[in-house]
Design a protein around this ligand. Structure first.
Ligand code: DAK
Length: 259
């Protein structure tokens, strides 16, 4: 896999790839180049059958301080209209394999929005989540007004987005934004452990689960149930489903091949 400047790619054992945002001097601010690299990495990993789950982190100190404010300040209305960043965000959102965000320190603005593109968020106890765009005279631009409210509810999302106040890991856990809290130094390892567990499951079933869960965000219950039903029927035609059921009955560990 190719190397990048703003992100580090680490292919680990057991089907997991770890992507680390790597602009520590700018608190991992998401400049266009970083987003383009992230999008390219996800597109590449999509077609890499050896990778079944991705861990996304900013390291042990900070996840990401949001869009690069210096870069944004140089963009006028035409620049924003012709902005290539929405295209990169869309390809991150469309990545079909599970993504686990391991979040230490600040996840602000676009950084908080990036965590919400993940399927599971594991937070170090030092994590802080916030949408402080209002302090800059702008609003969230990568789905923050839509995804945060669907995740933590109107009361907390409105408070965070209207005041710019941050929430800590405990509040994020009780609000349902994060799945688990760890010590900061264990956060990435715990995310990798979960990713390796997911990577052992049947890949087609895992991808259908991700698609169905995401569908629930944007459709009615009856349409969502239809989607689930179709996915369930489709999976009945896979080798892995036959292998999973047979392995249970034969009291052995299944060997899934993604077919
Ligand atoms: N952009 C650029 N540089 C940043 C930055 C950012 N977001 N955050 C920090 N830095 C830089 C600082 O300028 C400083 O650089 P030097 O002065 O050393 O050259 C260095 O990182 C260290 O920052 P601090 O000295 O401030 O470090 P602290 O630990 O004291 O504070 C902080 C960390 C994260 C609390 C603080 O830096 C901070 O408040 N940063 C800004 C947070 C923020 O306002 N974030 C929201 C940005 S707006 C869109 C999609 C998304 C978005 C927009 C459009 N489209 C698809 C259209 C998203 C918008 C946003 O995220």
């Amino acid at each position: 896999m190719k190397t990048y400047d703003d992100i580090l790619i680490d292919k680990l054992e057991n089907g997991v790839c770890c992507i680390t945002l790597n602009r520590p001097e700018a608190r991992n601010a998401l400049r266009t180049q970083l987003l383009a690299e992230l999008s390219d990495a996800f597109n590449t990993l999509n077609f890499d059958d050896s990778i079944r789950c991705v861990v996304l982190t900013g390291g042990e100190k900070v996840f990401a301080a949001g869009a690069d404010v210096a870069e944004m300040a140089s963009m006028g209305m035409m620049g924003i209209m012709q902005d290539e960043r929405p295209k990169y965000w869309a390809s991150i959102a469309a990545f079909p394999k599970p993504v686990i965000a391991a979040v230490n320190g600040y996840a602000l603005g676009g950084g908080c929005e990036l965590t919400m593109h993940a399927d599971i968020i594991i937070a170090g106890s030092n994590a802080q989540f916030g949408q402080p765009e209002i302090n800059l005279g702008i609003i969230p631009g990568a789905g923050g007004t839509q995804r945060l409210i669907r995740t933590v509810g109107k009361a907390l999302a409105s408070k965070m987005i209207l005041t710019g106040e941050f929430i800590n890991a405990d509040t994020a856990l009780s609000a349902g934004l994060v799945a688990e809290i760890t010590q900061p130094e264990s956060c990435i390892d715990r995310a990798i452990e979960l990713a390796q567990k997911i990577a052992q499951k049947a890949p087609l079933a895992v991808q259908q689960v991700k698609a169905a869960l995401n569908k629930s965000y944007e459709t009615s219950l009856s349409d969502g149930l239809n989607f689930e039903r179709e996915a369930f029927v489709m999976l009945a035609g896979t080798d892995d489903r036959n292998e999973g059921l047979a392995a249970f009955l034969e009291k052995r560990k299944p060997e899934f091949n993604g077919k």
